[in-house]
Design a protein around this ligand. Structure first.
Ligand SMILES: [Mg+2]
Length: 160
């Protein structure tokens, strides 16, 4: 079986700006992110992004834009030698609908676990909010809460 690190996006990979990321122009990688992800990858971890994008259901941006930003993120990471195995996002917002794919529920992580044959007990989730941690623990992942925009390399060096 494989091992993986599931990564929240906003506040972990890119700068949490206190608002939804509605365009690629607003997306800024956090310091240490590339080095940290390369280190995890070279240690044999698959990298999977799991992100709530409730701004879609709020009507602030479309699913096409959400996917375009995620695709551009993956392309930029690829250029840095980093492969994201998959990203999952939830377009739902709790103000409008109940959805099991939205964190703190764990459907996004469970999809990744099944698809990539991942051993959850050897795998991690890294997130900057309590709902990430709840979701990760529901999926049986070792779950690490960081501060928003904390240097990911520091975290990864402590993990490995
Ligand atoms: Mg976050």
């Amino acid at each position: 079986m494989n091992k993986a690190v599931f990564l929240d996006r906003d506040g972990v990979i890119n700068k949490e700006i206190g608002d939804y990321i509605k365009s690629w122009e607003a997306f800024e990688f956090n310091p240490g992110c590339f080095e940290a992800l390369r280190k995890l990858q070279s240690d044999g971890y698959l990298l999977i992004v799991v992100t709530n994008q409730g701004g879609v259901e709020k009507g602030l941006y479309t699913e096409e834009i959400a996917e375009d930003i995620l695709d551009k993120m993956c392309a930029r990471l690829k250029a840095e030698g980093i492969d994201i195995s998959e990203y999952y996002y939830s377009p739902h917002h709790s103000d409008f609908s109940a959805s099991l794919d939205r964190k703190p529920d764990s459907i996004m992580m469970e999809k990744g676990l099944a698809r990539f044959n991942i051993d959850s007990s050897k795998s991690y989730l890294i997130g900057d909010s309590e709902r990430d941690i709840i979701a990760g623990e529901k999926a049986g992942l070792m779950s690490i809460k960081i501060d928003s925009n904390q240097n990911l390399l520091d975290i990864v060096e402590q993990m490995l």
